[in-house]
Design a protein around this ligand. Structure first.
Ligand code: M6P
Ligand code: ZN
Length: 196
């Protein structure tokens, strides 16, 4: 009798494992230039893990109509009062949206439009976030444990890191009086984010 085949991909301890899964590790040192306080950033252990992305990329990049899937685990570091975060990117193709969802720990999804307007959403296990293809997006770990989230995006979306490297996000999530706040770098306005 034929057996129904087992799946080849699994979530295990909030990592993606299985045949064909690739893992990218970004060290703290590889994120030089993205934090507000450069001196505080230099004091962090530069070879510590900032975040790991395990992805299933079953088709060549650029394949139209196909999907990629990833789980990212951001470690809890603070560069001064700025929480650890992903590099963040725009999609090269602005008609390619993405889903993020919270798996473990607590974080913030920060988005920014091409005019520099930022918006923050709390992300926690079970929260689901639809990201319009025109918005830059970055995840920030505001918890004291690993913050992990899932992502699903079109294989032809492309990552534009250059625009972020040149302009940065105009708002940041900073730990002020022990709490995460959305701080606009344009006018120094702070909005407290209620922790769940
Ligand atoms: C998610 C997806 C990936 C992305 C990763 C890390 O898993 O959006 O495409 O690479 O997060 O984010 P970044 O590339 O901005 O460092
Ligand atoms: Zn993306």
């Amino acid at each position: 009798m034929n057996r129904i085949p087992l799946p080849t991909l699994f979530f295990s301890a909030n990592r993606l494992v299985g045949h064909g899964v690739e893992t990218l590790v970004r060290t703290v040192g590889s994120l030089k230039g993205i934090f507000c306080d450069a001196a505080a950033f230099e004091k962090l252990p530069q070879d510590a893990i900032a975040y790991e992305v395990s992805s299933y990329l079953p088709v060549p990049e650029g394949s139209i109509g196909s999907l990629y899937f990833g789980i990212t685990r951001i470690h809890p570091h603070l560069a001064g009062n700025e929480y650890m975060m992903t590099k963040g990117h725009f999609h090269t193709k602005s008609n390619c949206a993405e889903y993020y969802w919270g798996i473990e720990g607590e974080g913030v999804l920060l988005t920014m439009d091409t005019a520099g307007k930022c918006r923050a959403e709390l992300c926690f296990p079970g929260s689901l976030h639809y990201i319009d293809g025109r918005l830059a997006h970055r995840m920030i770990n505001i918890s004291e444990q690993i913050f992990s989230f899932g992502a699903c995006w079109p294989a032809d979306a492309g990552h534009d890191y250059q625009t972020i490297a040149e302009t940065g996000f105009s708002a940041r999530i900073l730990k002020l009086n022990g709490k995460p706040c959305l701080v606009s770098l344009n006018n120094n306005k702070c909005t407290q984010l209620e922790s769940i």
